[in-house]
Design a protein around this ligand. Structure first.
Ligand SMILES: *[C@@H]1O[C@H](CO)[C@@H](O)[C@H](O)[C@H]1NC(C)=O
Ligand SMILES: *[C@@H]1O[C@H](CO)[C@@H](O)[C@H](O)[C@H]1NC(C)=O
Ligand SMILES: *[C@@H]1O[C@H](CO)[C@@H](O)[C@H](O)[C@H]1NC(C)=O
Length: 486
């Protein structure tokens, strides 16, 4: 956008339309001003050839977008005609002193993050953060890019995430002229992308909401959230959480033509290398998943902080939430299972996908229960709303899925202050036996299906579960006994 970067690149010249020609005419006065302001004549002369290479990021990004072209030209003209008198801050050599700092962490396997302080200017449309007069500036990494999403190891997902560029400029003279601020914010900014998860509840929580909490909760609402790859449905779904983390409306980064100035900026969300997890030892503020769940309880006005043992004969029954799926990993003997749970003594709350979709309402239902049971799937993410000391029972479908299921919904459970019970379906309990003979690798060597990359289609999307009622009942009886007293 509105900066002229005099690097040695020449690719911009051939792409210019008539607007670019007009800019060329406006450049000489600006060039003279730079020279006058900075006493930098020898170097400027050396670099004059590179006028052909002003930053053309926007042309590369939206070569056919007439709006983008118009705005690009408009911004450049404003800068070129304003001159340094009207906005001396736009030429950083004025200050002489270093005012900004940029540090990045590329070592986390889940997410790359950069943190900045000082004179920071975000132009959303070009997804660029200008780090003005950076004491941390190095010529070799004056341009750093980050895709602000927390599944770094998943190439396909990351390819859908917009790259955010940080341009840092040296404290002394820079050939990069940062754009002038059109909006000033006195709170930190947090930039992240919603392009990687659709509205899947598990990914929404694990990839974004938990990392967002880790990154932004400390500001107690005094923080501006800027969202790349803006997913309106995701924003609508998590609005109550976003509103609790930030008192300001979120900004759609990609659509934002303003140049917003911030005293500090985070690009990318901090992630603690596990699903649905906060590691207190990695958290600046000693945050925990229990604290996160207390936060959610307050956001959704949930009544029960703790699940306490139910006394038998008191007329009360422990409440068992059954998260029921449709299409795949469905319990094909749902009614029988529910009846068996009632026989044990549970009060069963059956939740079908349509009951679960309204998160705010369903959070209250979950919180009213003591135990949650379901076949592996995003619905189990609702465990975040259970009262502390509640119990999660994950039914692992057939197909050597134990590790993957545990990783998503087993490992995080103790950290949430909940108790975990696992029930692994046997080859007798899967509808795959209607599709494959028993000597098929699906049964004899499920790991070979994983190696062929077909685990998802075969074992997650390809089966329903028919529970062995007696076997399942025995497990649930133990759960019942553990949460009741005489
Ligand atoms: C820039 O490169 C230097 C080494 O040349 C490194 O120490 C520094 O951390 C890098 N800065 C960022 C923000 O990556
Ligand atoms: C699971 O059961 C439902 C209802 O009978 C059916 O529509 C669906 O196709 C089944 N899914 C699989 C993967 O077998
Ligand atoms: C948590 O649950 C266990 C088992 O029901 C019970 O013994 C314990 O007292 C509970 N803890 C609290 C704090 O309620």
């Amino acid at each position: 956008m509105s900066l002229f970067q005099m690097t040695g690149r020449h690719e911009g010249a051939k792409e210019g339309g008539s607007g670019r020609v007009a800019m060329w005419l406006l450049l000489p006065p600006l060039f003279v001003l730079i020279v006058l302001k900075t006493d930098f004549l020898p170097q400027v002369v050396v670099h004059t050839v590179s006028y052909a290479g002003f930053d053309n990021a926007r042309w590369q990004q939206h070569p056919h977008d007439p709006e983008a072209v118009k705005e690009y030209n408009h911004q450049n003209q404003i800068l070129a005609t304003n001159g340094p008198h009207e906005d001396s801050s736009s030429i950083n050599s004025d200050t002489g002193a270093s005012v900004s700092k940029l540090t990045c962490d590329f070592g986390n396997p889940h997410s790359d993050t950069c943190t900045m302080e000082g004179d920071l200017r975000i132009h959303g449309k070009s997804a660029t953060v200008y780090v003005v007069a950076a004491s941390t500036h190095r010529p070799e990494n004056s341009t750093i890019t980050v895709r602000p999403y927390t599944r770094k190891w998943e190439q396909e997902t990351m390819s859908r995430i917009r790259e955010v560029t940080m341009r840092s400029m040296p404290p002394a003279f820079s050939f990069v002229i940062p754009p002038k601020c059109t909006v000033r914010h006195d709170v930190p900014a947090v930039v992240f992308s919603t392009g990687g998860c659709g509205t899947n509840f598990f990914h929404g929580m694990s990839d974004l909401v938990v990392p967002l909490y880790i990154t932004s909760r400390e500001y107690d609402g005094r923080v501006q959230l800027l969202i790349a790859d803006y997913n309106a449905e995701w924003v609508a779904k998590f609005r109550p959480v976003l509103a609790a983390l930030s008192t300001f409306p979120v900004i759609d980064l990609d659509a934002d033509a303003a140049v917003r100035c911030f005293p500090s900026v985070h690009v990318g969300l901090e992630s603690h290398k596990k699903m649905l997890a906060i590691d207190p030892s990695l958290s600046r503020n000693g945050y925990t998943m229990m604290g996160f769940r207390d936060f959610l309880r307050s956001v959704f006005s949930l009544q029960r902080p703790w699940a306490t043992p139910v006394r038998l004969g008191s007329g009360q029954k422990p409440r068992l939430l059954m998260v029921l799926r449709r299409r795949s990993r469905e319990l094909s003997n749902e009614a029988e299972t529910i009846a068996a749970m009632e026989e044990i003594g549970f009060e069963v709350v059956a939740a079908r996908p349509e009951d679960v979709s309204d998160m705010s309402r369903f959070a209250g239902v979950v919180n009213s229960c003591d135990v949650m049971v379901g076949v592996h799937g995003a619905g189990l993410t609702n465990m975040v709303f259970l009262p502390h000391n509640g119990t999660v029972v994950q039914i692992v479908p057939w197909g050597n899925m134990k590790w993957a299921c545990w990783y998503a919904f087993g490992e995080p459970v103790p950290g949430m202050g909940l108790r975990y019970v696992e029930y692994e379906a046997t080859a007798e309990e899967t509808t795959l036996k209607e599709k494959y003979p028993r000597d098929h690798p699906v049964f004899t060597d499920p790991q070979s299906i994983h190696r062929q990359g077909k685990a998802w289609s075969t074992f997650l999307n390809g089966q329903n579960v028919t529970l062995d009622i007696d076997r399942f009942k025995a497990v649930m009886l133990q759960v019942f006994q553990s949460i009741t007293t005489e």
